[in-house]
Unconditional design. Sequence first.
Length: 136
Amino acid sequence: MLSNTAQGFPVPQESKSPPKKASWPADKVERRKVKDLVPYAKNARTHSEEQIDQIARAIEQWGWTVPCLVDEKGGLIAGHGRVLAAKQLGLDEVPVVVARGWSAAQKRAYVIADNKLTENGGWDDDLLAGDHCPSQ
């Protein structure tokens, strides 16, 4: 069950029912042609050219490490920036996992939560002090 927080994005609510078996709506990595992926029209997350360049450089350095999330029809749910970087790099295909059986509301909630939950993380500056970290 999802609820809206003061920040205006959906997050799971604590459940009083017994724990369920883990749900894996997207558990198999596939390859899809970049040209067949459809960006989510209501994606509120933006990507600057600088960020797309950074993502492209990361893909060049480390390879593709995180598949995009799509629905059954190839609609992007997560990975818009990675797909833009793939286009910049001239990649024909990218790895994806398919979220099967999600409603439009579930997809919309995930698009927002996936981006917002990452933003809510922090950094341990003491641990980073001795490391070369391009994000600082």
